[in-house]
Design a protein. Structure first.
Length: 256
């Protein structure tokens, strides 16, 4: 594992005073963020989030299963000030939900100011008949989309509670399908929509109770946007539809 991130803690008054005079590059200085599943192929969302947090001065701990990919991403994270450090944590979220990620994160930091959980790669069951999906495959979608994030959140709650004005964000990406093109029996579309919408349900469930503890909980679904990964896939296709799709994504991504 890479060396850990610092965990300096400021009073609420000190945080507010610093934020009023901070430039963009150090806006999140003294804040520690954990971004999960940074090595998945879900459109590069997790990677972009990690880079963005680092660009604002946060200490960023990136999580995933592939050490090489995490190491490469670590080298891409900007360093804007002398107290900023980043690290990566290689860990597989257990299928039996015995999530001990919190204990592993404690090796790097004693608090989390920002937790961004990204849904990992999910195998969507394909069946011409929505009533005949394999139950085990359907259950896997639910576990990865809803149950595993909840277990992960419970594991990390003590660290989040120790943060300064902490924020929890559940991210998901809308499936690459258009609803008007979907047939009534297309189980792939509906099962995937059910899975990806689960982050919103989880957010609503947690937001009310955690607001009393000054912990913000939000869900983010940026929709389809252009990243290096999906741009490459579209260009490799070289079809009229893929070129139209790339143009559509470019129009939604002014920063590129």
């Amino acid at each position: 594992m890479h060396p850990g991130v610092p965990h300096a803690k400021l009073s609420e008054q000190e945080v507010k005073a610093e934020e009023q005079m901070k430039p963009r590059e150090v806006l999140l200085a003294n804040r520690t963020a954990l971004v999960t599943n940074c090595d998945t192929t879900q459109g590069g969302l997790a990677k972009n989030v990690a880079v963005a947090l680092a660009s604002y001065g946060a200490n960023v701990l990136i999580h995933g299963e592939q050490e090489q990919q995490l190491s490469e991403l670590l080298n891409e994270l900007p360093i804007n000030h002398s107290h900023q450090n980043h690290a990566f944590l290689v860990d597989k979220l257990d299928e039996d939900l015995s999530v001990d990620l919190g204990e592993k994160v404690k090796q790097f930091t004693n608090k989390l100011d920002v937790l961004v959980h990204n849904t990992g790669s999910i195998h969507i069951p394909k069946s011409e008949d929505a009533a005949k999906c394999e139950v085990a495959e359907f259950d896997d979608v639910i576990r990865q989309s809803l149950t595993t994030p909840y277990a992960l959140f419970q594991s990390l709650l003590p660290l989040v509670s120790a943060g300064n004005n902490p924020s929890v964000i559940f991210c998901s990406t809308t499936p690459e399908m258009d609803e008007h093109d979907v047939q009534d029996h297309d189980s792939t579309y509906y099962v995937s929509k059910f899975g990806f919408n689960s982050s919103r349900m989880l957010t609503k469930m947690l937001a009310g109770s955690l607001a009393k503890k000054n912990i913000r909980v939000n869900a983010v679904d940026p929709g389809r946007f252009l990243t290096h990964e999906n741009e490459t896939r579209a260009l490799n296709g070289r079809s009229e539809r893929s070129e139209e799709h790339t143009s559509e994504l470019q129009s939604r991504s002014p920063s590129r």
